[in-house]
Design a protein around this ligand. Structure first.
Ligand code: NAD
Length: 547
Protein backbone atom coordinates (compact mmCIF):
# COMPACT_ATOMS: atom_id res chain seq x y z
CA UNK A 1 0.00 0.00 0.00
CA UNK A 2 1.97 2.97 -1.25
CA UNK A 3 -0.77 5.62 -1.26
CA UNK A 4 -1.48 5.88 2.42
CA UNK A 5 -0.21 7.65 5.51
CA UNK A 6 -1.03 5.16 8.24
CA UNK A 7 -1.55 5.69 11.92
CA UNK A 8 -1.03 2.69 14.18
CA UNK A 9 -3.63 1.45 16.69
CA UNK A 10 -3.39 3.40 19.98
CA UNK A 11 -1.50 1.10 22.38
CA UNK A 12 -3.03 0.22 25.72
CA UNK A 13 -1.45 -1.98 28.37
CA UNK A 14 -2.75 -5.52 28.20
CA UNK A 15 -5.07 -6.16 31.20
CA UNK A 16 -3.53 -8.57 33.72
CA UNK A 17 -5.74 -11.63 34.31
CA UNK A 18 -6.17 -12.66 37.95
CA UNK A 19 -6.26 -16.51 37.84
CA UNK A 20 -8.64 -16.53 40.82
CA UNK A 21 -10.18 -19.88 41.78
CA UNK A 22 -12.99 -20.76 39.36
CA UNK A 23 -11.86 -18.27 36.68
CA UNK A 24 -11.80 -19.51 33.07
CA UNK A 25 -8.15 -18.43 32.63
CA UNK A 26 -7.12 -20.57 35.60
CA UNK A 27 -8.71 -23.75 34.27
CA UNK A 28 -7.24 -23.17 30.76
CA UNK A 29 -3.80 -22.62 32.30
CA UNK A 30 -4.01 -25.77 34.45
CA UNK A 31 -4.94 -27.85 31.38
CA UNK A 32 -1.99 -26.38 29.47
CA UNK A 33 0.42 -26.94 32.38
CA UNK A 34 -0.54 -30.62 32.40
CA UNK A 35 -0.18 -30.89 28.63
CA UNK A 36 3.29 -29.34 28.61
CA UNK A 37 4.42 -31.27 31.69
CA UNK A 38 3.61 -34.47 29.80
CA UNK A 39 5.38 -33.46 26.59
CA UNK A 40 9.07 -33.37 25.70
CA UNK A 41 9.73 -30.63 23.17
CA UNK A 42 12.62 -30.88 20.72
CA UNK A 43 13.97 -27.35 20.28
CA UNK A 44 15.85 -26.90 17.02
CA UNK A 45 18.19 -24.20 15.81
CA UNK A 46 16.10 -21.98 13.52
CA UNK A 47 18.16 -20.79 10.57
CA UNK A 48 16.14 -19.33 7.69
CA UNK A 49 13.66 -21.99 6.55
CA UNK A 50 15.63 -24.73 8.31
CA UNK A 51 14.90 -26.28 11.71
CA UNK A 52 18.10 -28.08 12.67
CA UNK A 53 18.13 -30.93 15.18
CA UNK A 54 21.37 -32.71 15.95
CA UNK A 55 21.34 -35.55 18.49
CA UNK A 56 25.15 -35.26 18.84
CA UNK A 57 24.95 -31.76 20.35
CA UNK A 58 21.74 -32.27 22.32
CA UNK A 59 21.22 -30.82 25.83
CA UNK A 60 18.40 -30.96 28.39
CA UNK A 61 15.96 -28.30 29.57
CA UNK A 62 14.61 -29.12 33.04
CA UNK A 63 12.17 -27.60 35.51
CA UNK A 64 13.98 -25.62 38.26
CA UNK A 65 11.45 -26.75 40.89
CA UNK A 66 11.65 -30.42 39.80
CA UNK A 67 15.06 -30.87 38.22
CA UNK A 68 14.49 -34.54 37.46
CA UNK A 69 11.69 -33.46 35.13
CA UNK A 70 13.00 -32.98 31.61
CA UNK A 71 10.85 -30.54 29.63
CA UNK A 72 12.79 -30.35 26.39
CA UNK A 73 15.98 -31.05 24.54
CA UNK A 74 17.80 -28.46 22.49
CA UNK A 75 20.47 -28.63 19.83
CA UNK A 76 23.61 -26.64 20.54
CA UNK A 77 24.96 -24.63 17.62
CA UNK A 78 28.42 -25.28 16.20
CA UNK A 79 30.57 -22.44 14.86
CA UNK A 80 29.46 -23.50 11.32
CA UNK A 81 25.80 -23.22 12.34
CA UNK A 82 26.41 -19.70 13.62
CA UNK A 83 28.12 -18.72 10.36
CA UNK A 84 25.18 -20.13 8.41
CA UNK A 85 22.71 -18.24 10.62
CA UNK A 86 24.52 -14.94 10.00
CA UNK A 87 24.61 -15.56 6.24
CA UNK A 88 20.89 -16.26 6.34
CA UNK A 89 20.31 -13.03 8.35
CA UNK A 90 22.27 -11.03 5.79
CA UNK A 91 20.36 -12.60 2.89
CA UNK A 92 16.97 -11.84 4.50
CA UNK A 93 17.79 -8.29 5.60
CA UNK A 94 17.45 -6.28 2.40
CA UNK A 95 13.97 -7.44 1.50
CA UNK A 96 12.78 -7.08 5.11
CA UNK A 97 14.23 -3.56 5.39
CA UNK A 98 12.70 -2.57 2.04
CA UNK A 99 9.15 -3.48 3.12
CA UNK A 100 6.83 -0.64 4.06
CA UNK A 101 7.30 -0.17 7.80
CA UNK A 102 3.59 -0.83 8.23
CA UNK A 103 4.11 -4.35 6.87
CA UNK A 104 6.81 -5.01 9.45
CA UNK A 105 4.66 -3.47 12.18
CA UNK A 106 1.70 -5.68 11.25
CA UNK A 107 3.75 -8.81 12.04
CA UNK A 108 4.21 -7.67 15.64
CA UNK A 109 0.63 -6.42 16.04
CA UNK A 110 -0.55 -9.83 14.86
CA UNK A 111 1.89 -11.54 17.26
CA UNK A 112 0.42 -9.46 20.12
CA UNK A 113 -3.07 -10.68 19.22
CA UNK A 114 -1.89 -14.31 19.11
CA UNK A 115 -0.31 -13.91 22.55
CA UNK A 116 -3.41 -12.23 23.97
CA UNK A 117 -5.47 -15.14 22.64
CA UNK A 118 -4.61 -18.77 22.02
CA UNK A 119 -0.91 -18.53 22.91
CA UNK A 120 -1.48 -16.85 26.29
CA UNK A 121 -1.77 -20.10 28.30
CA UNK A 122 0.99 -21.68 26.18
CA UNK A 123 3.64 -19.04 26.86
CA UNK A 124 2.54 -18.63 30.49
CA UNK A 125 2.70 -22.39 31.16
CA UNK A 126 6.12 -22.62 29.45
CA UNK A 127 7.37 -19.76 31.68
CA UNK A 128 5.97 -21.40 34.83
CA UNK A 129 7.48 -24.80 34.05
CA UNK A 130 10.77 -23.64 32.57
CA UNK A 131 11.57 -20.59 34.72
CA UNK A 132 9.56 -21.44 37.87
CA UNK A 133 7.29 -18.40 37.83
CA UNK A 134 3.91 -18.37 39.56
CA UNK A 135 0.81 -17.79 37.41
CA UNK A 136 0.86 -14.08 38.31
CA UNK A 137 4.58 -13.64 37.56
CA UNK A 138 4.19 -15.48 34.25
CA UNK A 139 1.10 -13.45 33.31
CA UNK A 140 2.71 -10.03 33.95
CA UNK A 141 5.87 -11.06 32.07
CA UNK A 142 5.31 -13.61 29.32
CA UNK A 143 1.84 -12.50 28.30
CA UNK A 144 1.26 -8.86 29.28
CA UNK A 145 4.72 -7.28 29.07
CA UNK A 146 5.50 -9.00 25.80
CA UNK A 147 2.18 -7.94 24.28
CA UNK A 148 2.90 -4.40 25.51
CA UNK A 149 6.38 -4.43 23.97
CA UNK A 150 4.91 -5.40 20.59
CA UNK A 151 2.06 -2.86 20.62
CA UNK A 152 3.96 0.07 22.13
CA UNK A 153 7.07 -0.45 20.00
CA UNK A 154 4.93 -0.19 16.86
CA UNK A 155 3.56 3.11 18.15
CA UNK A 156 7.10 4.37 19.00
CA UNK A 157 8.33 3.37 15.53
CA UNK A 158 5.54 5.42 13.98
CA UNK A 159 6.69 8.43 16.02
CA UNK A 160 10.29 7.97 14.86
CA UNK A 161 9.22 7.79 11.23
CA UNK A 162 7.04 10.90 11.57
CA UNK A 163 9.79 13.03 13.17
CA UNK A 164 10.89 15.12 10.18
CA UNK A 165 13.12 18.18 9.75
CA UNK A 166 11.97 21.61 8.58
CA UNK A 167 12.21 22.69 4.96
CA UNK A 168 13.25 26.18 3.91
CA UNK A 169 11.47 27.68 0.83
CA UNK A 170 12.31 25.93 -2.44
CA UNK A 171 13.45 22.65 -0.93
CA UNK A 172 12.20 19.54 0.82
CA UNK A 173 14.16 17.96 3.68
CA UNK A 174 13.41 14.48 4.87
CA UNK A 175 14.83 12.00 7.35
CA UNK A 176 14.75 8.31 6.60
CA UNK A 177 15.22 5.94 9.57
CA UNK A 178 17.03 3.05 7.92
CA UNK A 179 17.40 -0.30 9.67
CA UNK A 180 21.05 -1.07 10.49
CA UNK A 181 23.19 -2.60 7.75
CA UNK A 182 24.48 -6.01 8.80
CA UNK A 183 23.02 -8.06 11.63
CA UNK A 184 22.24 -7.41 15.30
CA UNK A 185 23.33 -9.94 17.93
CA UNK A 186 20.62 -10.30 20.64
CA UNK A 187 21.84 -12.01 23.84
CA UNK A 188 19.19 -12.64 26.49
CA UNK A 189 18.86 -13.34 30.22
CA UNK A 190 16.79 -16.21 31.63
CA UNK A 191 14.59 -14.17 33.92
CA UNK A 192 12.07 -12.44 31.66
CA UNK A 193 10.36 -14.13 28.74
CA UNK A 194 9.28 -10.69 27.51
CA UNK A 195 12.84 -9.31 27.55
CA UNK A 196 14.17 -12.42 25.80
CA UNK A 197 11.72 -11.87 22.95
CA UNK A 198 11.90 -8.06 22.90
CA UNK A 199 15.68 -8.11 22.42
CA UNK A 200 15.49 -9.55 18.88
CA UNK A 201 12.09 -8.11 17.91
CA UNK A 202 12.74 -4.42 18.71
CA UNK A 203 15.62 -4.21 16.16
CA UNK A 204 13.66 -6.40 13.70
CA UNK A 205 10.70 -4.00 13.79
CA UNK A 206 13.07 -1.19 12.75
CA UNK A 207 14.27 -3.20 9.72
CA UNK A 208 17.27 -5.09 11.15
CA UNK A 209 17.95 -8.81 10.93
CA UNK A 210 18.89 -10.53 14.16
CA UNK A 211 20.98 -13.42 15.41
CA UNK A 212 19.04 -14.38 18.55
CA UNK A 213 20.73 -16.18 21.44
CA UNK A 214 18.29 -16.88 24.28
CA UNK A 215 19.54 -18.27 27.61
CA UNK A 216 19.40 -22.09 27.62
CA UNK A 217 17.43 -22.03 30.89
CA UNK A 218 14.54 -20.09 29.35
CA UNK A 219 14.40 -21.87 26.02
CA UNK A 220 11.01 -23.45 26.47
CA UNK A 221 9.25 -20.05 26.52
CA UNK A 222 11.65 -18.50 23.98
CA UNK A 223 10.77 -21.22 21.49
CA UNK A 224 7.05 -20.51 21.97
CA UNK A 225 7.94 -16.90 21.07
CA UNK A 226 9.65 -18.07 17.87
CA UNK A 227 6.56 -20.08 16.92
CA UNK A 228 4.29 -17.07 17.56
CA UNK A 229 6.46 -14.87 15.33
CA UNK A 230 6.43 -17.45 12.54
CA UNK A 231 2.65 -17.75 12.77
CA UNK A 232 2.39 -13.94 12.69
CA UNK A 233 4.17 -13.92 9.33
CA UNK A 234 7.79 -13.06 10.16
CA UNK A 235 9.79 -14.01 7.06
CA UNK A 236 12.47 -16.72 7.50
CA UNK A 237 15.97 -15.44 8.27
CA UNK A 238 14.92 -12.10 9.80
CA UNK A 239 15.41 -13.61 13.27
CA UNK A 240 17.50 -16.77 13.52
CA UNK A 241 17.56 -18.68 16.80
CA UNK A 242 20.87 -20.15 17.91
CA UNK A 243 21.69 -21.51 21.32
CA UNK A 244 24.61 -23.41 22.81
CA UNK A 245 28.01 -22.55 24.19
CA UNK A 246 27.94 -18.72 24.40
CA UNK A 247 31.69 -18.50 23.91
CA UNK A 248 31.45 -20.39 20.58
CA UNK A 249 28.49 -18.31 19.36
CA UNK A 250 30.07 -15.02 20.42
CA UNK A 251 33.45 -15.85 18.92
CA UNK A 252 31.80 -16.11 15.47
CA UNK A 253 29.31 -13.25 15.88
CA UNK A 254 31.74 -10.71 17.33
CA UNK A 255 34.43 -11.40 14.75
CA UNK A 256 32.03 -10.92 11.84
CA UNK A 257 32.58 -7.75 9.75
CA UNK A 258 28.80 -7.26 9.42
CA UNK A 259 28.12 -6.99 13.15
CA UNK A 260 25.86 -3.91 13.35
CA UNK A 261 24.86 -4.00 16.99
CA UNK A 262 24.49 -5.94 20.23
CA UNK A 263 21.21 -5.93 22.12
CA UNK A 264 22.09 -7.47 25.46
CA UNK A 265 20.42 -7.98 28.81
CA UNK A 266 22.21 -9.96 31.51
CA UNK A 267 25.03 -9.59 33.97
CA UNK A 268 27.52 -6.73 33.95
CA UNK A 269 30.50 -9.10 33.60
CA UNK A 270 29.24 -10.67 30.37
CA UNK A 271 28.37 -7.28 28.84
CA UNK A 272 31.81 -5.93 29.74
CA UNK A 273 33.37 -8.93 28.04
CA UNK A 274 31.25 -8.42 24.89
CA UNK A 275 32.16 -4.70 24.82
CA UNK A 276 35.90 -5.44 25.24
CA UNK A 277 35.79 -7.97 22.40
CA UNK A 278 34.08 -5.45 20.15
CA UNK A 279 36.83 -2.98 21.05
CA UNK A 280 39.52 -5.49 20.16
CA UNK A 281 37.80 -6.23 16.83
CA UNK A 282 36.92 -2.63 15.96
CA UNK A 283 39.05 -2.52 12.80
CA UNK A 284 37.18 -5.49 11.31
CA UNK A 285 33.71 -3.98 11.25
CA UNK A 286 32.06 -2.21 8.33
CA UNK A 287 30.23 0.08 10.75
CA UNK A 288 30.49 1.03 14.43
CA UNK A 289 28.30 -1.55 16.19
CA UNK A 290 25.58 -0.11 18.42
CA UNK A 291 26.10 -1.46 21.94
CA UNK A 292 22.99 -1.59 24.08
CA UNK A 293 23.21 -3.47 27.36
CA UNK A 294 20.94 -3.54 30.40
CA UNK A 295 22.91 -5.25 33.14
CA UNK A 296 23.08 -5.98 36.87
CA UNK A 297 21.63 -4.20 39.86
CA UNK A 298 21.85 -3.80 43.62
CA UNK A 299 18.51 -2.16 44.03
CA UNK A 300 17.73 -0.26 47.21
CA UNK A 301 14.83 0.74 49.39
CA UNK A 302 15.57 3.76 51.58
CA UNK A 303 13.14 4.60 54.35
CA UNK A 304 12.84 7.91 56.16
CA UNK A 305 11.52 8.08 59.75
CA UNK A 306 8.31 9.64 58.36
CA UNK A 307 7.58 6.49 56.26
CA UNK A 308 4.57 4.30 56.96
CA UNK A 309 5.93 1.01 58.37
CA UNK A 310 3.20 -1.23 56.90
CA UNK A 311 3.58 0.22 53.38
CA UNK A 312 7.33 -0.22 53.68
CA UNK A 313 7.05 -3.85 54.82
CA UNK A 314 4.75 -4.75 51.92
CA UNK A 315 7.02 -2.99 49.42
CA UNK A 316 10.06 -4.83 50.79
CA UNK A 317 8.42 -8.26 50.76
CA UNK A 318 7.01 -7.99 47.25
CA UNK A 319 10.06 -6.13 45.95
CA UNK A 320 12.57 -8.62 47.35
CA UNK A 321 10.91 -12.03 47.05
CA UNK A 322 8.60 -12.12 44.04
CA UNK A 323 10.08 -14.47 41.42
CA UNK A 324 12.61 -15.51 44.08
CA UNK A 325 14.37 -12.15 43.90
CA UNK A 326 15.53 -12.94 40.35
CA UNK A 327 14.37 -9.65 38.91
CA UNK A 328 17.07 -7.20 37.91
CA UNK A 329 14.94 -4.63 39.77
CA UNK A 330 14.48 -6.70 42.97
CA UNK A 331 14.95 -4.90 46.29
CA UNK A 332 18.13 -6.43 47.64
CA UNK A 333 19.37 -3.83 50.14
CA UNK A 334 17.45 -1.52 52.44
CA UNK A 335 18.25 1.34 54.79
CA UNK A 336 15.85 1.52 57.73
CA UNK A 337 15.87 4.26 60.43
CA UNK A 338 16.31 3.03 63.99
CA UNK A 339 12.99 4.57 65.08
CA UNK A 340 11.06 2.45 62.55
CA UNK A 341 13.09 -0.73 62.93
CA UNK A 342 11.07 -2.56 65.64
CA UNK A 343 7.79 -2.19 63.69
CA UNK A 344 9.48 -3.01 60.36
CA UNK A 345 11.29 -6.05 61.75
CA UNK A 346 8.12 -7.48 63.31
CA UNK A 347 6.17 -6.81 60.11
CA UNK A 348 8.80 -8.40 57.86
CA UNK A 349 9.11 -11.54 59.96
CA UNK A 350 5.33 -11.91 60.36
CA UNK A 351 4.79 -11.51 56.61
CA UNK A 352 7.71 -13.69 55.50
CA UNK A 353 6.37 -16.49 57.71
CA UNK A 354 3.26 -16.58 55.50
CA UNK A 355 5.22 -17.07 52.25
CA UNK A 356 4.97 -20.53 50.73
CA UNK A 357 7.73 -21.76 48.47
CA UNK A 358 7.26 -24.65 46.03
CA UNK A 359 5.98 -25.80 42.64
CA UNK A 360 4.25 -22.84 40.93
CA UNK A 361 1.56 -25.22 39.62
CA UNK A 362 0.35 -25.26 43.24
CA UNK A 363 -1.46 -21.92 43.30
CA UNK A 364 -0.95 -21.41 47.04
CA UNK A 365 2.77 -20.79 46.49
CA UNK A 366 4.13 -17.23 46.35
CA UNK A 367 7.63 -18.32 45.29
CA UNK A 368 9.11 -21.10 43.13
CA UNK A 369 12.70 -22.33 42.76
CA UNK A 370 15.79 -20.41 41.63
CA UNK A 371 16.81 -21.06 38.07
CA UNK A 372 19.57 -23.69 38.26
CA UNK A 373 22.24 -25.35 40.36
CA UNK A 374 24.83 -22.65 39.70
CA UNK A 375 22.45 -19.95 40.96
CA UNK A 376 21.50 -22.13 43.95
CA UNK A 377 25.12 -22.52 45.05
CA UNK A 378 25.93 -18.86 44.52
CA UNK A 379 22.95 -17.67 46.60
CA UNK A 380 23.55 -20.31 49.28
CA UNK A 381 27.15 -19.09 49.49
CA UNK A 382 25.98 -15.60 50.49
CA UNK A 383 23.58 -17.05 53.07
CA UNK A 384 26.27 -19.34 54.56
CA UNK A 385 28.62 -16.37 54.75
CA UNK A 386 26.02 -14.33 56.67
CA UNK A 387 25.45 -17.26 59.06
CA UNK A 388 29.03 -17.15 60.25
CA UNK A 389 29.99 -13.48 59.76
CA UNK A 390 30.43 -11.10 62.67
CA UNK A 391 29.19 -8.29 60.42
CA UNK A 392 25.77 -9.78 59.74
CA UNK A 393 22.96 -11.82 61.27
CA UNK A 394 20.09 -13.66 59.68
CA UNK A 395 16.77 -12.48 61.00
CA UNK A 396 14.59 -14.68 58.81
CA UNK A 397 14.97 -17.74 56.57
CA UNK A 398 18.32 -19.09 55.47
CA UNK A 399 17.17 -22.62 54.52
CA UNK A 400 18.26 -24.01 51.16
CA UNK A 401 17.26 -27.42 49.77
CA UNK A 402 18.06 -28.70 46.27
CA UNK A 403 16.95 -32.33 46.59
CA UNK A 404 13.86 -31.95 44.36
CA UNK A 405 14.15 -28.40 43.09
CA UNK A 406 16.46 -25.45 43.69
CA UNK A 407 14.52 -24.04 46.64
CA UNK A 408 15.74 -21.17 48.80
CA UNK A 409 13.53 -19.75 51.54
CA UNK A 410 13.05 -15.98 51.60
CA UNK A 411 15.99 -14.74 53.64
CA UNK A 412 16.46 -11.47 55.49
CA UNK A 413 19.91 -10.45 56.69
CA UNK A 414 20.68 -7.57 59.02
CA UNK A 415 24.06 -6.09 58.11
CA UNK A 416 25.89 -4.61 61.07
CA UNK A 417 28.41 -3.07 58.70
CA UNK A 418 26.82 -1.07 55.83
CA UNK A 419 29.65 -2.27 53.54
CA UNK A 420 29.00 -5.96 54.29
CA UNK A 421 29.22 -7.83 50.96
CA UNK A 422 25.51 -8.61 50.64
CA UNK A 423 24.85 -4.83 50.89
CA UNK A 424 27.08 -4.25 47.84
CA UNK A 425 27.12 -7.28 45.52
CA UNK A 426 24.34 -8.55 43.26
CA UNK A 427 23.09 -11.92 44.58
CA UNK A 428 20.11 -12.44 42.27
CA UNK A 429 18.08 -14.54 44.67
CA UNK A 430 15.54 -14.22 47.51
CA UNK A 431 17.92 -12.46 49.90
CA UNK A 432 17.23 -9.01 51.34
CA UNK A 433 19.93 -7.30 53.41
CA UNK A 434 19.05 -4.36 55.67
CA UNK A 435 21.13 -1.80 57.45
CA UNK A 436 19.59 0.04 60.40
CA UNK A 437 20.78 3.65 60.51
CA UNK A 438 20.70 6.32 63.16
CA UNK A 439 17.77 8.71 62.43
CA UNK A 440 20.11 11.69 62.89
CA UNK A 441 22.44 10.42 60.13
CA UNK A 442 20.13 10.76 57.13
CA UNK A 443 22.62 12.52 54.85
CA UNK A 444 25.55 10.22 55.68
CA UNK A 445 23.34 7.22 55.00
CA UNK A 446 22.05 8.66 51.72
CA UNK A 447 25.70 9.08 50.69
CA UNK A 448 26.36 5.44 51.66
CA UNK A 449 23.43 4.29 49.57
CA UNK A 450 24.67 6.34 46.61
CA UNK A 451 28.27 5.16 46.73
CA UNK A 452 28.51 1.68 48.21
CA UNK A 453 27.50 -0.33 45.12
CA UNK A 454 28.68 0.13 41.52
CA UNK A 455 25.14 -0.31 40.16
CA UNK A 456 22.35 2.19 39.52
CA UNK A 457 19.33 0.30 38.24
CA UNK A 458 16.30 0.76 40.50
CA UNK A 459 15.72 2.32 43.89
CA UNK A 460 12.82 3.35 46.09
CA UNK A 461 12.35 5.86 48.86
CA UNK A 462 9.60 5.75 51.47
CA UNK A 463 8.73 9.00 53.27
CA UNK A 464 5.75 11.25 53.98
CA UNK A 465 7.33 14.69 54.47
CA UNK A 466 7.43 16.39 51.04
CA UNK A 467 10.62 18.38 51.77
CA UNK A 468 12.32 15.13 52.68
CA UNK A 469 11.07 13.43 49.50
CA UNK A 470 12.52 16.27 47.42
CA UNK A 471 15.82 16.16 49.34
CA UNK A 472 16.21 12.37 49.02
CA UNK A 473 15.28 12.45 45.33
CA UNK A 474 18.08 14.96 44.72
CA UNK A 475 20.64 13.14 46.87
CA UNK A 476 20.02 9.88 44.97
CA UNK A 477 19.82 11.50 41.52
CA UNK A 478 22.31 9.13 39.85
CA UNK A 479 21.71 6.07 42.05
CA UNK A 480 18.92 4.60 39.94
CA UNK A 481 17.59 4.78 36.38
CA UNK A 482 14.14 3.83 37.67
CA UNK A 483 13.30 5.67 40.89
CA UNK A 484 10.20 5.02 42.97
CA UNK A 485 8.56 7.17 45.64
CA UNK A 486 6.50 5.23 48.17
CA UNK A 487 6.42 2.17 45.91
CA UNK A 488 8.46 -1.01 45.51
CA UNK A 489 11.34 -0.82 43.01
CA UNK A 490 10.00 -3.61 40.75
CA UNK A 491 7.15 -3.93 38.25
CA UNK A 492 7.98 -1.38 35.54
CA UNK A 493 5.26 -1.30 32.88
CA UNK A 494 5.97 -0.70 29.17
CA UNK A 495 4.78 2.73 28.08
CA UNK A 496 4.57 3.91 31.71
CA UNK A 497 8.00 3.46 33.31
CA UNK A 498 10.63 3.03 30.54
CA UNK A 499 13.26 0.73 32.04
CA UNK A 500 17.04 0.87 32.42
CA UNK A 501 19.84 2.03 34.67
CA UNK A 502 23.18 3.82 34.60
CA UNK A 503 26.66 3.23 36.06
CA UNK A 504 27.38 -0.55 36.03
CA UNK A 505 23.71 -1.29 35.33
CA UNK A 506 23.88 -0.58 31.64
CA UNK A 507 23.69 1.89 28.82
CA UNK A 508 20.24 3.07 30.00
CA UNK A 509 18.62 2.92 26.59
CA UNK A 510 15.24 2.31 28.23
CA UNK A 511 13.65 -0.91 26.99
CA UNK A 512 10.08 -0.41 25.84
CA UNK A 513 10.55 3.20 24.78
CA UNK A 514 11.24 5.33 21.73
CA UNK A 515 14.85 5.78 22.95
CA UNK A 516 15.61 2.09 22.63
CA UNK A 517 14.21 1.89 19.09
CA UNK A 518 16.34 4.87 18.03
CA UNK A 519 19.42 2.69 18.57
CA UNK A 520 18.26 0.27 15.85
CA UNK A 521 18.06 2.74 13.02
CA UNK A 522 20.51 4.98 11.26
CA UNK A 523 19.05 8.12 9.72
CA UNK A 524 19.62 9.23 6.16
CA UNK A 525 18.96 12.93 5.67
CA UNK A 526 17.61 13.73 2.22
CA UNK A 527 17.66 17.29 0.88
CA UNK A 528 15.92 17.94 -2.40
CA UNK A 529 16.32 21.34 -4.05
CA UNK A 530 13.61 22.63 -6.38
CA UNK A 531 15.72 25.53 -7.69
CA UNK A 532 19.17 24.12 -8.33
CA UNK A 533 21.74 26.93 -8.49
CA UNK A 534 23.48 27.76 -11.75
CA UNK A 535 26.10 30.29 -10.65
CA UNK A 536 28.92 29.45 -8.24
CA UNK A 537 29.45 33.09 -7.19
CA UNK A 538 28.04 34.67 -3.99
CA UNK A 539 26.51 38.19 -3.79
CA UNK A 540 29.57 39.64 -2.01
CA UNK A 541 31.64 38.81 -5.09
CA UNK A 542 29.53 40.91 -7.47
CA UNK A 543 31.18 43.85 -9.31
CA UNK A 544 34.50 42.09 -8.98
CA UNK A 545 34.31 42.43 -5.20
CA UNK A 546 34.60 46.28 -5.22
CA UNK A 547 32.41 48.53 -3.03
P1 NAD B 1 24.09 -13.88 32.40
O1 NAD B 1 24.94 -12.68 32.18
O2 NAD B 1 24.65 -15.04 33.10
O3 NAD B 1 23.58 -14.42 30.98
C1 NAD B 1 22.96 -13.55 30.06
C2 NAD B 1 23.18 -14.11 28.67
O4 NAD B 1 24.56 -14.00 28.36
C3 NAD B 1 22.80 -15.58 28.54
O5 NAD B 1 22.15 -15.77 27.31
C4 NAD B 1 24.15 -16.26 28.59
O6 NAD B 1 24.14 -17.50 27.92
C5 NAD B 1 24.97 -15.24 27.85
N1 NAD B 1 26.41 -15.37 27.98
C6 NAD B 1 27.16 -15.83 28.99
N2 NAD B 1 28.46 -15.83 28.64
C7 NAD B 1 28.52 -15.33 27.37
C8 NAD B 1 29.53 -15.11 26.40
N3 NAD B 1 30.81 -15.42 26.64
N4 NAD B 1 29.19 -14.59 25.19
C9 NAD B 1 27.91 -14.30 24.91
N5 NAD B 1 26.91 -14.53 25.75
C10 NAD B 1 27.21 -15.03 26.97
O7 NAD B 1 22.74 -13.36 33.10
P2 NAD B 1 21.47 -14.21 33.57
O8 NAD B 1 21.85 -15.04 34.75
O9 NAD B 1 20.80 -14.87 32.42
O10 NAD B 1 20.53 -13.03 34.04
C11 NAD B 1 20.71 -12.39 35.25
C12 NAD B 1 21.44 -11.08 35.08
O11 NAD B 1 20.74 -10.27 34.14
C13 NAD B 1 21.49 -10.29 36.36
O12 NAD B 1 22.75 -9.68 36.48
C14 NAD B 1 20.39 -9.25 36.16
O13 NAD B 1 20.55 -8.09 36.93
C15 NAD B 1 20.50 -8.98 34.70
N6 NAD B 1 19.27 -8.44 34.15
C16 NAD B 1 19.25 -7.09 33.91
C17 NAD B 1 18.10 -6.51 33.41
C18 NAD B 1 18.05 -5.03 33.15
O14 NAD B 1 17.10 -4.58 32.52
N7 NAD B 1 19.04 -4.27 33.60
C19 NAD B 1 16.98 -7.29 33.14
C20 NAD B 1 17.05 -8.68 33.38
C21 NAD B 1 18.21 -9.23 33.89
Amino acid sequence: MANIRSTTPTPRNEPVLGYAPGSPERSTLITELKRQAGTRVEIPLVIGEKKILNAKTEHKVVSPHKHAHQLATYTAATAEDVQAAIQSNLAARKEWAALNWEDRAAVFLKAAELLAGKYRPVINAATMLGQSKTSHQAEIDAACELIDFFRFNVHFAERIYSEQPQSAPGMWNRSEARGLEGFVYAVCPFNFTSIAINLPTAPALMGCSVLWKPAPTSLLSAYVGMQVLEEAGLPPGVINLVVGDPAVISSVALAHPDLAGIHFTGSTGVFNMLWKTVGQNIDRYKTYPRLVGETGGKDFVFAHPSANAQELVTGLIRGAFEFQGQKCSAASRAYIPKSLWPAVKDGLVATAEQIKVGDPADFSNFMGAVIDQKAFHKIKGYIDDAKQSKDARIIFGGDCDDKVGYFIQPTIIEALDPHYRSMREEIFGPVLTLYVYDDAKLDETLALCDTSSPYALTGAIYARDRRVIAHMTRALEHSAGNFYINDKPTGAVVGQQPFGGGRASGTNDKAGSIWNLLRWCSHRTIKETFHPITDFRYAYMENGGSA
